[in-house]
Write a protein that binds this ligand. Structure first.
Ligand SMILES: [Ca+2]
Ligand SMILES: [Ca+2]
Length: 505
């Protein structure tokens, strides 16, 4: 693979325009310590817009908080982190009863129901079942017939015949409940749901970001076959079907093969010295690369000891690392795709003290950049040895898409004076991690992963993110995905179809 032959992508730096918050991370964490089940805090932290219009201008809620902070005359600015936390905690309590944006609903109620206390156009809309009759369904109440039709449409892509629906309606409620469960299980095994380009693959698109003109392997592009992202879809589908752990998508050190229809996903052997292409599964070849053993999955060149699911897939390294020294895009895209935290939108900021260091000389210590890069750069450090497409001049064509120790020293040392000082240890969500494998484990075990996972399905099945009045059911679902179902998505889906949000027309 010749690095020079592909177009260089400009390094994307996150320019957090106009942010002059005094204490972005500290403020958000103080808020979430006080309101841990608020919609703005489940799995993440409130964005700057919670208190600001365009920073430093505050919205009505932010202004109300500021008025409760000790005046600058008695408490000179900037406050220390400790003083700020203490003062903000008092201020938060002091404005809970007020209705700062004058939309008729108090701040505390808005915080708990997931609407914005600083935006008068955002308020809870949970008028219970007012009027409205639909002759075909029992409106505003869980309706088994409605659920049966919706479930078949959502998970099987079909509608029931008149006779089938009639038989369902005439069965007892206990039978209807059982029919819904068996129907769901049947649908989850269909090509519509789990097959190539099926619903599950649609869910994965935003995480994987496929580019057909760069595809290798099955359905390879004629122009520039860089890597086979079907491997990423296979692992995602594996982790989200049958009795498997959804966290595998971020932590697996194995690869997954897809059978011909009826589609199942099989764990492929890590190395396959004696396997044939056929035994490796459809669309997969048993290959040997460089000094490593043979691998079953096409184009997965990272050695198993350094693999962490789709974080380190060939496609991730080809497309998100590409030619960059410090792979910020790889870290940011994983953070956004799998945890729902978009640093460019100032989500998931956990600034680390004395960061960023700007090892690669990109100017990220400038005030406008510093705030986001204090989170993003430490988030990216563990990826420093994962090589994209850049050649090591000493071994041209040998080091693409691999974990390559001393990668910065060997390939990028001329890019900036301090660049070789980039550490491999970094931070994710404020927690120190030594490697990408640790990064993946912390990410997969986080509330953010649970929230993002359930939110994906919720949006697919309900057509939009949870409404304020649905927040309680939503929180229950993602919390139980961990506590009751040990990360089995199939079990979560059986609960999801029981919710009022899904079953009330
Ligand atoms: Ca209000
Ligand atoms: Ca409001």
């Amino acid at each position: 693979m010749k690095g020079e032959s592909w177009p260089r992508l400009a390094v994307t730096l996150f320019l957090c325009a106009g942010t002059a918050l005094a204490k972005p991370g500290v403020g958000a964490s103080t808020f979430c310590t006080r309101y841990p089940t608020a919609a703005a805090c489940v799995g993440g932290q409130p964005a700057c817009t919670y208190c600001h219009t365009s920073a430093p201008e505050k919205n009505a809620y932010g202004a109300a908080l500021e008025a409760k902070m000790p005046p600058a005359t008695t408490a000179p600015r900037p406050l220390s982190d400790g003083d700020f936390v203490t003062a903000l905690a008092i201020a938060l309590g002091g404005v809970e009863a007020a209705d700062s944006d004058a939309d008729g609903v108090g701040n505390l109620v808005e915080i708990q129901k997931g609407t914005f206390p600083g935006d008068k156009k955002s308020f809870p809309n949970d008028i219970p079942c007012a009027g409205g009759t639909n002759p075909a369904y029992t409106v505003c109440k869980y309706d088994y017939k409605y659920v049966y039709r919706k479930l078949l449409l959502d998970f099987c892509g079909t509608s029931p015949s008149y006779d089938v629906l009639d038989a369902f309606v005439k069965s007892t409620q206990a039978q209807q409940v059982a029919t819904l469960d068996t129907t769901l299980d049947g649908c989850l095994a269909t090509e519509f749901w789990r097959g190539k380009n099926g619903q599950l693959w649609q869910l994965a698109h935003k995480k994987i970001r496929p580019v057909g003109t760069l595809k290798a392997g099955e359905d390879a592009a004629a122009f520039a076959p860089l890597a086979d992202y079907y491997a990423d879809y296979h692992l995602f589908a594996w982790a989200n079907t049958d009795d498997r752990d959804a966290r595998d998508v971020l932590t697996a050190d194995f690869t997954v093969a897809r059978t011909p229809p009826p589609t199942t996903y099989l764990r492929a052997p890590v190395s396959c010295p004696n396997l044939t292409d056929v035994e490796c599964g459809v669309g997969h070849t048993c290959i040997k690369t460089g000094t490593f053993a043979k691998f079953c999955q096409p184009s997965q060149f990272v050695a198993a000891a350094f693999r962490s699911g789709n974080l380190t897939s060939s496609w991730t390294l080809a497309y998100n690392v590409m030619f960059t020294a410090l792979p910020r895009n790889a870290a940011a895209q994983a953070y956004r795709g799998y945890l729902g935290l978009d640093i460019a939108k100032q989500e998931g900021l956990y600034p680390i003290a004395n960061e960023p260091k700007d090892y690669d000389g990109k100017g990220v210590t400038k005030p406008l950049c510093q705030q986001c890069h204090a989170t993003l750069d430490p988030l990216s450090y563990p990826f420093r040895n994962y090589n994209g497409l850049t050649d090591d001049p000493a071994t041209p064509g040998q080091q693409a898409l691999q974990y390559y120790p001393q990668r910065i020293e060997k390939i990028f040392s001329a890019e900036a004076p301090n660049i070789t000082q980039i550490p491999e240890a970094g931070f994710i969500m404020g927690k120190p991690v030594a490697t990408v494998k640790e990064w993946g484990t912390v990410a997969a075990n986080s509330d953010a992963f649970l929230v993002a996972t359930v939110n994906d399905y919720w949006k697919l099945l309900m057509g939009q993110p949870p409404l304020p009045e649905q927040n309680a059911e939503f929180v229950n679902l993602w919390q139980r995905l961990k506590t009751a179902h040990n990360y089995r998505v199939t079990k979560m889906l059986h609960e999801l179809i029981r919710t009022e949000a899904y079953g009330a027309p």
